[in-house]
Design a protein around this ligand. Structure first.
Ligand code: ADP
Ligand code: MG
Length: 579
């Protein structure tokens, strides 16, 4: 076996493969370069999924003509001078690799100018070889145009997906940066069609309306950093309320130190905040920006910088989870008095849908106008309940298979799972008791003595405070025996002994809530709610539906299963081929 040095061209292609794995990765690098160049406007267009053409233009500070060859040279950067600079990095780029890598696998044109220079310059490079560089008139900033991506690395090209799918990845990346940098005006064109353009107004909601659409923007709430967060750490961004969800994580963006990253644990933290509020398998929408002290993050651990390493990842995990949870529940408590705002930046259809829980989130002018109108007592500002995720009033029609309640609402037919629905009702009642710190208890006439199996003893000791918070007063009674003196009044517990064992069983298996308390509540609600197979009278069904209507999150049970299905009149018409 002989070891040989690879020639430079091969080295270039290999390295390029790591950085520029697909068109979207190239776009991410080019957008980051534009942001580093202080651009306030970034226009991206692609054709053929980004394989035929990638074109990114910015109005940043640009480069002089003599710098252009250096820009496409490997390991040439204006952003750091030594590894020490990484500890206090203020730019997104630092490796000086992206342009060189893109140049190695494409037919590249680079045009740039700096303010005050007599003219700009253009550089052409074909698959790693600079062919020419000459002066050229150029108004402002930089343009990078790459054509025929990977045509010199067929193996890489083979792994690309259909142009439509690659375009989708590009849309995701540009959309993410447009949301995270609302002060920059972004536009994205795909095959000569404008996908979105943002105004750069600095208002996150404005950007969200452009990128995600008006429908989505009406269900978003802003994140803020929880009070007791460690110094130097902060979180901001926007997340969806539980009324809105998606089947995939495509619309979840996570930024750390201004860069788009992938982090499974943080995605899990985000989703845990929605625990019991979303059905299993449904995903929230989010754009989250984290900022940590520069010496507590390592951004140099991944070839495309798509992953970072946090020195305190548990702290960050908790920060995401708490902040999202707070944002969702803060909104919930504001439900009844959300403000519908007339804003010139938001079109009419959105205005009607939009219930902004937080006027401070609006841009200043809108907020001032809102304030004036409130002062004037004008009715231009309507105060109405925001009931998008509440249930309308339903008319109960009957029961099917001793399992489902059939009801009619203003927007179609509802099928309610009686067990899941009752479980949601009981779960919310228990949690309300906990939050108000006054769980309604029912003292047992005959306290129940329970010999706990040894395997449950530990679980009992750990969870007794949580059980007490729910309304279970339980005393130790020697060895592994306990006495149940009271149970939550919200639950109809016929056999306290059995209920306790069921709860401990579920807790020992890990529980299904976000906390042990929540797990205990879910389990208690589940084991005391109406069963499937139980025949209900019309009165009982009406009562159940009325209680569900009063729930703050009526759509899923504590375990995340749906409580109901809805078929609109249109759905029914379609089924009967009337449409
Ligand atoms: P890095 O961003 O890690 O420095 P790149 O290969 O992406 O490496 O870019 C190399 C250099 O080219 C940058 O350091 C910067 O000086 C210059 N450059 C690249 N893109 C732009 C741009 N859009 N505007 C101004 N300068 C740019
Ligand atoms: Mg760069």
């Amino acid at each position: 076996m002989t070891i040989l040095r690879l020639d430079l061209e091969t080295v270039g292609k290999i390295a390029a493969g790591e950085v520029i794995e697909r068109p979207a990765a190239a776009i991410k690098e080019l957008v980051e370069n534009a942001i580093d160049a202080s651009a306030t406007r970034i226009d991206v267009s692609i054709a053929g999924g980004g394989v035929d053409v990638i074109d990114v233009r910015d109005n940043g500070y640009g480069m002089t003509i003599d710098q252009l060859p250096l820009a496409v040279e490997r390991h040439a950067t204006s952003k750091i001078t030594s590894l020490d600079d990484l500890g206090s990095l203020a730019t997104l780029g630092f490796r000086g690799e992206a342009l060189a890598s893109l140049a190695a696998v494409s037919d590249l044109r680079l045009i740039s100018t700096v303010e005050g220079a007599p003219s700009g310059g253009e550089l052409r490079s074909r698959y790693g070889t600079v062919s020419q560089s000459h002066p050229m008139a150029w108004a402002r900033g930089t343009m990078v145009q790459a054509r025929d991506l990977f045509s010199n690395v067929p193996a890489r090209r083979k792994f690309l997906k259909q142009p439509q799918t690659e375009s989708g990845y590009v849309t995701r990346v540009v959309g993410a940066y447009a949301l995270a940098y609302p002060t920059i005006s972004f536009s994205l064109d795909i095959d000569d069609r404008t996908i979105f353009s943002t105004s750069g107004s600095g208002n996150a909601l404005d950007a969200a309306i452009c990128v995600w659409g008006a429908e989505v923007a009406g269900s978003l709430v802003p994140l803020s950093t929880p009070d007791e967060t460690a110094a130097g750490y902060s979180i901001s961004g926007i997340v969806s309320l539980p009324e809105l969800d998606r089947a995939t994580r495509q619309q979840q963006y996570l930024f750390a130190q201004g860069r788009l990253i992938a982090d499974r644990r943080l995605a899990a933290a985000l989703e845990q905040a929605y625990h019991t509020l979303l059905m299993i398998g449904r995903r929230p929408i989010a754009c989250i920006q984290l900022s940590v002290p520069t010496d507590r993050i390592d951004v140099n651990v991944h070839p495309t910088k798509a992953e970072v390493r946090f020195a305190d990842d548990r702290l960050i995990f908790g920060l995401v989870q708490r902040s999202v949870r707070e944002a969702i529940s803060r909104h919930a408590s504001f439900d009844v008095k959300s403000v519908i705002v007339s804003s010139p930046i938001i079109d009419q259809s959105v205005q009607r849908r939009m219930a902004l829980a937080h006027p401070e989130w609006l841009d200043r002018r809108t907020a001032e106008r809102l304030h004036e109108r409130q002062q004037d007592g004008l009715d231009a500002v309507a105060v109405t309940p925001h009931d998008a995720r509440r249930l309308p009033v339903l008319r109960v029609l009957g029961q099917i298979a001793s399992m489902f309640v059939v009801a009619e609402g203003p927007d179609g037919m509802y099928l309610v799972d009686q067990h899941a629905a009752h479980e949601r009702v009981l779960f919310e009642r228990l949690m309300i008791g906990v939050t108000s710190q006054s769980a309604d208890k029912q003292l047992l006439l005959h306290p129940a003595t329970v010999d706990l199996p040894l395997r449950h003893w530990e679980t009992f000791l750990k969870s007794r405070n949580d059980l007490a918070a729910l309304g279970f007063d339980i005393d130790e009674f020697g060895a592994t025996t306990v006495v149940i003196r009271s149970v939550p009044a919200a639950l109809k517990i016929k056999d306290p002994h059995h209920t306790l064992l069921m709860i401990l069983d579920e807790l020992a298996a890990g529980g299904r809530g976000e906390t042990r308390l929540e797990s205990a509540a879910i389990s208690a609600a589940c084991h005391t709610s109406i069963r499937a197979g139980q025949l209900l009278t019309l009165l009982e069904m009406r009562e159940l539906v009325r209680q569900l209507e009063a729930c703050s999150s009526p759509l899923a049970c504590g375990h995340g299963r749906p409580t109901m299905l809805r078929m609109t009149a249109q759905d029914l018409e379609r089924q009967f081929s009337r449409r």
